[in-house]
Design a protein around this ligand. Structure first.
Ligand SMILES: [Zn+2]
Length: 167
């Protein structure tokens, strides 16, 4: 049984939902139709061959802002991961280690996949990210290690994903 409240505009989806395979039309990516190469003035990621990469910026690169830094600046996350439950509270450090490690590995290849904020509350932790696939992967990594109850709630209009893990 689900204990989590589904916010307005969100629907429950499975981990195999088609949205994870589709090319998502992220407004933050569409907003920036960029000339190539463009270097992000915040994080130095470089837009090259149609995607953002961690490469050295050519001397003639245009200046811009990448979708991840744009979201961070607007404080507008794409992904939310909510962790709670008695087991979580007892194993908070190990579980947060999985979360941070997952981001660290993803980020090497995908400059737009980043943690925005980690908010620790007494009975839960909220992690916000710049990308929906990142919170899905974190949720699955935790579930793989510790089982528990994993749910996905997706808001199609905003292309936002809330992942809820509870044990
Ligand atoms: Zn950037």
């Amino acid at each position: 049984m689900s204990h989590s409240k589904i916010p307005n505009g969100y629907r429950t989806i499975t981990r195999d939902d088609g949205i994870f395979k589709e090319e998502i039309h992220d407004t933050y990516q569409l907003k920036s139709k960029l000339a190539e190469p463009t270097v992000c003035s915040q994080c130095q990621a470089v837009y090259h061959q149609g995607r953002w990469q961690w490469i050295a910026a050519p001397a003639n690169a245009y200046q811009g802002i990448c979708p991840a830094c744009h979201r961070i600046r607007d404080d507008y996350p794409a992904g939310y991961l909510i962790l709670q439950g008695a087991f979580f509270l007892e194993h908070r450090d190990e579980i947060m280690h999985i979360v941070n490690n997952h981001e660290k590995h993803q980020r090497v290849e995908h400059p737009l996949k980043r943690i925005m904020k980690i908010e620790e509350n007494t009975d839960s932790t909220l992690i916000t990210t710049t990308d929906i696939h990142l919170v899905r992967g974190m949720g699955e990594a935790i579930h793989h290690a510790y089982q528990g109850n994993l749910e996905f709630h997706y808001n199609h209009d905003e292309n936002r994903l809330r992942v809820h893990w509870d044990r």
